[in-house]
Write a protein that binds this ligand. Structure first.
Ligand code: ADP
Length: 756
C-alpha cells in the first residue's frame, strides 16, 4: 500500500528532497471540471468516485460506490460505455466515446483501463471553444501545410506555436526543447502583445521533476483549465479491489502536483495546456500553452486538433531535424568509407587514421584527436599535452564501452584549466583488445551566456532549520550565467560514427594480429627448417673439404717434380678449400646461434680482451696497431662464448679495415647518466672504435647482413661476410642493441649493449 493521505506529499511537505520522488499519479483527486468513476470492468461495479459525482444526478457521491453502472446510467449510455470498453485492452490515453446529458449538463465521456480498473471521466463541456469549430479543419490543414514548408527546426516550431495559438486562443504558446542535461530552452514563442517574452530563456532540469517527465511521456496532451482549482478527492480513498490508491497515470483530469500549481501561480498563469513532442520514442520537448488573464477550458474538439498537431509536429520535426543533419551525417559516412579504405591500404593503423588526406580529425567536427594503440600514441590537431592526454585516457578507459562522450568532461575527469580549455568535450571509442586502445576526439570549451528564467541557484531555498525546498521561481527576472567548462554537445550521428569506426578498426586490428601470428608461425617454422638444413649441410661439407685440402697439400709436399702450373693450381685448391672451411665454420656458428641457449655467467671482459689480443697478436704486430683500453672493462653477466665472438669479430675488423699509417683500436665501456625521471641508469654500453676506412651511412645496415662485403678480397684481405652477422645475432640473443657510428676516412665505432 502506498500510504495514507497523511503520508502522502502535500503542499506542506513537497521539497527538493522528495520532489523527484513525488508519485503524482497517486494524487487520489481530480480537477472539478470532471467527474471520475472507477469500476470493476467485469461486473461494472463502481469502486470509487470523485467527490463531485453527485453532479451527475444519481444521488450523493458517497452512495455510488458498490452500485453497478447499468443501475445508474440510462440503458443507451450504459450500452455506449460497455460497447466501447470491449475494445480496450491495454492502459492507454482515455478514449472519447461521445457525450451525454447527465444531471442537466452536457458532458463528454472518456474511458480507459489501467491496473485492473475501468475509469470513466465525465467532463463538463469547455467554456472556451477556441477557434470556431468549422474553422478548425482549415486551421489544421493549413497548419500542416505551413509546417511542412518550413526549412529549419526552429522555423518549424515557430510555425507550430502560431498555429496552436490560433486554434486555442491561448495568450502564450511556447516550444520548449530539452537538452542532454535535462534543462530546457524556449526555442519558439507566440505571445500576446504586452506580455513578457520568454523566448531564449533556459529552465533548469529541476523545473520539471522526473515523475512529471514520465507522465508527459505517456500522453500527448495535458490540460489544466483552472490553475486555482480545488482538488476533488476520491471516495473511498482506497480502491477496494487493489487495496491501494488508484493509479491515475492516464486520467487526464487527475489533480496535479501542488508544486506544479504553485509554480504556475508564481508565473502568473491561470490556465495551461501542455503538448508533448517526441523524437524516436524519446521526449524531445514540449509545447506549453498559457493563459495569464483568466482560466481557460478548451473543449475536446480543439484539444483533439491540438493533439493531432502535436503528433504531426513530432513526426515532421524529426524529419526536419534529420534533414538538417543529413548533410553532416553524409560527410561522416564518406569519411568512414575513406578511412576504411586507408586501413586496407596501410599496415599501420595509426598511420591510416592520421593520413594527411582524410583522417580522424578532418572527418569529425572536433579540434583535436588522439590515437592510442598498443605502445604508440599519435596526436592530431589541438590536443592537451601528451602527458595530459595519457592521464585522460587512463581515467576514461573503463568507461568506453564501446563509446563514451561528455560535453562537460571537467565534471567526469579531473583535469587542470589548460587541459579543460582543450578537452571540455571528449568522445572516445575503443579500437583494440585492450582498455587503453582508444581513439579520442577533443572539443574546446564553448563559452556561452545562458539566460535563465529565475536564478537557477535560488531554485533551492534553505530556511534556517528547514529542509531545502524547491522555490518555483517567485520572480521571473532573467538571470544570465556564463556556462564554463562545456563544449558543444556531441550529436547522435557523431556517436554513431565513432562507434562504427571503432568496430571497423577493431576488426582490422584483430584480423591483422591473427595474420601476423600466422605469418610469424610460418616464418619461425621455415627459419627452423633452414637452420637445420644449414647446420646439416655445413657439417657434412666440412670433412670432404678437409680431405680435399689435406690431399692437395700431400701432393704438393710429395711430388717435387710437379710442373709449376700444376703446383699453382694445387695451391689454389688448398686456399679455396681453407676459405670454404672458414665460410662453413661461420655458417655453423651463425645457425647454432639461432637455437643455442644463452648461458649467462659473470664474465670479466678484461680477460676476454687479453685472450683476443693474444689470438690476434700476429695481425696487431704486422699492422703496428695500437690497442687502447682507456679504463678497466666491467664484469658482465653474459654468455662467454658469444661475447668472445662479438669482440673478436669487431676487433679483427677494426684492425683489418684500416689503411692508416698509425692504426689505433680502442675498446671501452660507457655508463649512461641516470634518468632524471626514474633515477635509474640504463644498461652500460660497450664499444670498439677504430681509426680505419669508415662505413658510409647507406652501408651501415647492409654490413650486418649475411655475406655482405663492401670490399674485394685483394683490398683488405679475404673475409667471409659472416663476422658482423654473427655479432648482430649474438647481441640480439642477449636482448641487446647494436649500432654503428662512423665517418668515412676517419674510422668507425661499433656500440653494443648486453641487456639482462
Ligand atoms: P668480413 O670482414 O669477413 O668481410 P664482416 O661481416 O665482418 O665480414 O664485415 C662485412 C663488411 O663490412 C666487410 O667486408 C667490410 O667491408 C665492412 N666492415 C666491417 N667492419 C668494418 C670496419 N671496422 N671498418 C670499415 N668497414 C668494415
Amino acid at each position: 500500500m502506498r500510504g495514507s493521505a497523511e503520508e502522502r506529499i502535500t503542499s506542506r511537505n513537497v521539497d527538493l528532497s522528495n520532489c523527484d520522488r513525488e508519485q503524482i499519479q497517486f494524487s487520489n483527486a481530480v480537477q472539478p471540471h470532471c467527474v471520475l468513476l472507477a469500476m470493476d470492468p467485469a461486473t461494472w461495479r463502481i469502486l470509487q468516485v470523485s467527490g463531485n459525482a453527485d453532479e451527475l444526478g444519481f444521488g450523493p457521491a458517497r452512495d455510488l460506490p458498490g452500485r453497478r453502472l447499468q443501475d445508474v446510467f440510462t440503458p443507451s449510455d450504459y450500452q455506449c460505455v460497455s460497447d466501447a470498453a470491449r475494445k480496450l485492452r491495454y492502459p492507454a490515453p482515455p478514449l472519447h466515446i461521445g457525450s451525454s446529458t447527465l444531471g442537466g449538463q452536457t458532458r463528454d465521456l472518456f474511458i480507459h483501463i489501467n491496473n485492473g480498473s475501468l475509469f470513466l471521466e465525465a467532463e463538463r463541456q469547455g467554456a472556451h471553444p477556441g477557434v470556431a469549430q468549422k474553422q478548425l479543419y482549415d486551421e489544421l490543414r493549413n497548419g500542416i501545410a505551413q509546417l511542412n514548408a518550413s526549412t529549419s527546426v526552429v522555423g518549424f516550431l515557430d510555425q507550430a506555436v502560431h498555429v496552436i495559438a490560433r486554434c486555442t486562443g491561448f495568450e502564450r504558446v511556447m516550444a520548449y526543447r530539452f537538452h542532454g542535461d535535462g534543462s530546457g530552452e524556449v526555442v519558439a514563442e507566440a505571445v500576446h502583445q504586452g506580455l513578457e517574452r520568454y523566448l531564449g530563456l533556459h529552465y533548469p532540469a529541476a523545473d520539471i521533476p522526473k515523475p512529471a517527465r514520465r507522465l508527459f511521456a505517456l500522453t500527448w496532451l495535458r490540460h489544466l483549465p483552472d490553475v486555482n482549482y480545488q482538488p476533488v478527492p476520491l471516495i473511498p480513498e482506497i480502491n477496494p479491489v487493489t487495496s491501494d490508491l488508484a493509479d491515475l497515470s492516464y486520467v487526464f483530469s487527475r489533480s496535479v502536483s501542488v508544486m506544479y500549481t504553485e509554480y504556475l501561480r508564481n508565473m502568473g498563469v491561470k490556465a495551461t495546456m501542455v503538448l508533448t513532442l517526441f523524437k524516436g520514442g524519446k521526449l524531445w520537448g514540449l509545447i506549453s500553452c498559457m493563459q495569464h488573464s483568466a482560466p481557460r477550458h478548451l473543449n475536446i474538439e480543439v484539444r483533439a486538433v491540438c493533439e493531432m498537431l502535436a503528433q504531426t509536429s513530432s513526426l515532421l520535426m524529426s524529419a526536419k531535424e534529420d534533414a538538417e543533419f543529413a548533410k553532416y551525417r553524409e560527410s561522416l559516412s564518406h569519411s568512414l568509407e575513406a578511412l576504411v579504405h586507408q586501413l586496407g591500404l596501410r599496415t599501420s593503423t595509426a598511420e591510416a587514421l592520421s593520413s594527411p588526406k582524410v583522417n580522424l580529425l578532418s572527418a569529425m567536427d572536433a579540434s583535436g584527436a588522439a590515437i592510442f594503440l598498443g605502445e604508440t600514441i599519435t596526436l592530431l590537431g589541438q590536443t592537451p599535452s601528451q602527458s595530459a592526454v595519457q592521464a585522460l585516457a587512463a581515467a576514461i578507459a573503463s568507461k568506453v564501452q564501446p563509446v563514451w562522450s561528455s560535453d562537460l568532461a571537467t565534471r567526469d575527469v579531473a583535469m587542470d584549466d589548460e587541459t579543460a580549455s582543450r578537452a571540455s568535450g571528449i568522445l572516445a571509442t575503443r579500437i583494440g583488445q585492450f582498455d587503453t586502445d582508444l581513439v579520442i576526439w577533443f572539443r574546446p570549451e564553448y563559452r556561452q551566456t545562458v539566460a535563465w528564467a529565475g536564478d537557477p541557484e535560488k531554485l533551492v531555498v534553505r530556511a534556517p532549520g528547514r529542509e531545502a525546498r524547491l522555490n518555483p521561481n517567485g520572480s521571473f527576472d532573467v538571470w544570465r550565467t556564463e556556462v564554463r567548462g562545456r563544449s558543444k554537445p556531441w550529436l547522435e550521428c557523431e556517436l554513431d560514427f565513432a562507434s562504427r569506426l571503432g568496430r571497423v578498426i577493431l576488426e582490422v586490428v584483430v584480423q591483422r594480429s591473427r595474420e601476423m601470428a600466422r605469418l610469424n608461425q610460418d616464418l619461425s617454422r621455415s627459419n627452423r627448417e633452414l637452420e637445420e638444413f644449414v647446420y646439416t649441410a655445413s657439417h657434412d661439407l666440412k670433412s670432404p673439404l678437409r680431405g680435399i685440402a689435406t690431399y692437395a697439400q700431400m701432393v704438393l709436399r710429395t711430388a717435387a717434380d710437379l710442373p709449376s702450373v700444376n703446383r699453382e693450381r694445387l695451391q689454389s685448391i688448398v686456399q679455396l678449400a681453407n676459405r670454404m672451411d672458414g665460410v662453413i665454420e661461420g655458417l655453423l656458428r651463425y645457425s647454432e646461434l639461432g637455437h643455442a641457449v644463452i648461458r649467462r655467467e659473470d664474465v670479466d671482459l678484461n680477460e676476454v680482451c687479453e685472450q683476443i689480443i693474444e689470438l690476434l697478436r700476429v695481425d696487431i704486430e704486422s699492422t703496428r696497431t695500437e690497442i687502447r683500453i682507456p679504463r678497466r672493462l666491467p664484469i658482465l653477466r653474459c654468455d662467454l662464448r658469444w661475447v668472445t665472438q662479438i669482440l673478436l669479430n669487431l676487433m679483427a675488423n677494426g684492425i683489418k679495415y684500416n689503411d692508416k699509417e698509425k692504426r689505433t683500436l680502442e675498446i671501452g665501456y660507457l655508463v649512461p647518466p641516470a634518468s632524471t625521471v626514474t633515477g635509474r641508469t640504463g644498461p652500460g654500453i660497450l664499444y670498439v672504435k677504430d681509426n680505419g676506412i669508415g662505413i658510409a651511412p647507406d652501408d651501415r645496415d647492409a654490413v650486418l647482413r649475411l655475406f655482405h662485403r663492401l670490399h674485394a678480397d685483394q683490398k683488405y684481405g679475404a673475409g667471409t661476410g659472416l663476422g658482423l652477422s654473427i655479432v648482430a645475432r649474438s647481441v640480439e640473443r642477449h636482448n641487446g642493441r647494436l649500432w654503428i657510428e662512423s665517418t668515412v676516412g676517419e674510422g668507425s665505432t661499433f656500440f653494443f649493449t648486453l641487456d639482462e
